[in-house]
Design a protein around this ligand. Sequence first.
Ligand SMILES: [Fe+2]
Length: 353
Amino acid sequence: MIDGSDRAISSKTSFYSVNFSESDRLKILVVDDHPSSRMTAVALLTIEGYDVVEAESGPVALKRVTEFNPDLILLDVMMPGMDGYEVCRHLKQDEQTRLIPVVFITALGDKRSRIMGIEVGGDDFLTKPFDRLELSARVKSLTRQKRLNEDLDHAEKVLFSIASAVESRDPNTGDHCERLVNMGKAFGEYLQLSRADIRHLMWGGYLHDIGKVGIPDAVLLKKGKFTPEEREIINQHVLIGEKICQPLRTMRGVIPIIKYHHERWDGTGYPDGLMGDEIPYLAQLFQIIDIYDALTNERPYKPAYSSEEALKIMREETDKGWRNPQLMEQFAEFIASILPQPATASNTPHRNF
Ligand SMILES: [Fe+2]
């Protein structure tokens, strides 16, 4: 009979053995319309212990990528029909293949080809004839980088899954996160923020309350008013969220939103009681979106307010000193700009999100 601990050990063993065999045999795709060039690369890479597959054209290369899922692609630039740039563009736009390193094979000193290669997302360049040591070093370094990127990608996906599990724990919030992501993108674009800031705002939509994973159900799902002790526990979610996301470098831009989305302009918020522009700008902005969405959607303790009613409440709170007045007005202008008929649309404002 296998008890729980045996099962844990056996699943661990198979997990490690899969990883081991994968790292043992890295797969390389060599794409070149000249058979002799392919043969040279294949011979060198096979000696180095790689599994190598060949493709003689762009379309065949894309097919092989799907079948073979290579760890790296050596890609000739000049090929009849679909050239190397087009192949690379395809691969880098596809979620499934964007992390595969692409090494362009160019002629020595061909600066224009290199610039084009960088523009379409190429990761490195090699010149013909191949130097065995150089080829080996480049392949090793890029495949190692790919594994790291994949680990990072997996870690990000785990965080998004945790955030989604947190949201589904609370049946009262509905698609709150999804709406915040859409509104964050729209308001960010309205304010002409950088692409990076817009991405942070969108990620904030999913991840801002990830720390609620550490709050017990008895407190999180309590109906009625919180006691001061329970409020204290709930408030911890911003710090728990910060702790969860901190180890990942790619989360740096979104952590200020996670940590500070409950601060108030006059210093009466939490966790640090920051005042005015001490509060990171994206956190100020995100809070406005978060509150607007909460007000315009039904919750067990309140109806869904119209857009006008929500903005009125938010302006009153801004007058009390809770929010950045300038940003609040920009948000009101943004809402007016997206409502199809401002005079009559007060009952259906958030359908856009
Ligand atoms: Fe929160």
